[in-house]
Design a protein around this ligand. Structure first.
Ligand SMILES: [Zn+2]
Ligand SMILES: [Zn+2]
Length: 112
C-alpha cells in the first residue's frame, strides 16, 4: 500500500515513551528489524506519522520507518502486512481502561 509521510510532527508526544513503542503496543506486533518501506534495509527506526494515500481517510497513523524515510515527505510503499496504528491518542493510549480494551479489540479485528 502507498502511504504519505506527514511532516512537522516531531513535537507530538504520547504516553508510550516513543511513537515506536506506541506502534508496538497497539499493533500487536514486535518492532521489525528493518524499515517497513518495501526496499529499505535501514535499522534505525522511529515511529513515523503517515497518512494513507486516500481522499476518504485523512487520519494519521504510525508505522515503523527509518530516520531517512521519516524525513522525506514523499510517498512510501510498504507491504500490505504492515499494521497502521492510529496516531490519535484518544483512540489508543489516552483512552480509559475500558475504552482501551475495546479499542484494542477493534484494532485486532481490522487486521488481515
Ligand atoms: Zn501512545
Ligand atoms: Zn527506510
Amino acid at each position: 500500500m502507498r502511504l504519505k509521510n506527514v511532516n512537522g510532527t516531531s513535537g507530538l508526544k504520547c504516553g508510550c515513551g516513543s511513537w515506536l513503542d506506541h506502534w508496538a503496543k497497539f499493533s500487536g506486533q514486535s518492532i521489525p528489524t528493518y524499515c517497513v518501506e518495501s526496499s529499505c534495509y535501514e535499522k534505525q527506526l522511529v515511529g513515523a506519522h503517515v497518512q494513507k494515500d486516500s481522499v476518504s481517510d485523512r487520519n494519521w497513523y504510525i508505522v515503523p520507518l527509518c530516520t531517512k524515510h521519516n524525513l522525506k515527505a514523499e510517498s512510501i510503499i510498504v507491504g500490505d502486512h504492515v499494521v497502521l496504528v492510529p496516531a490519535n491518542t484518544s483512540e489508543t493510549c489516552n483512552k480509559s481502561m475500558y475504552g482501551s480494551l475495546t479499542g484494542l479489540g477493534g484494532l485486532y479485528s481490522l487486521r488481515r
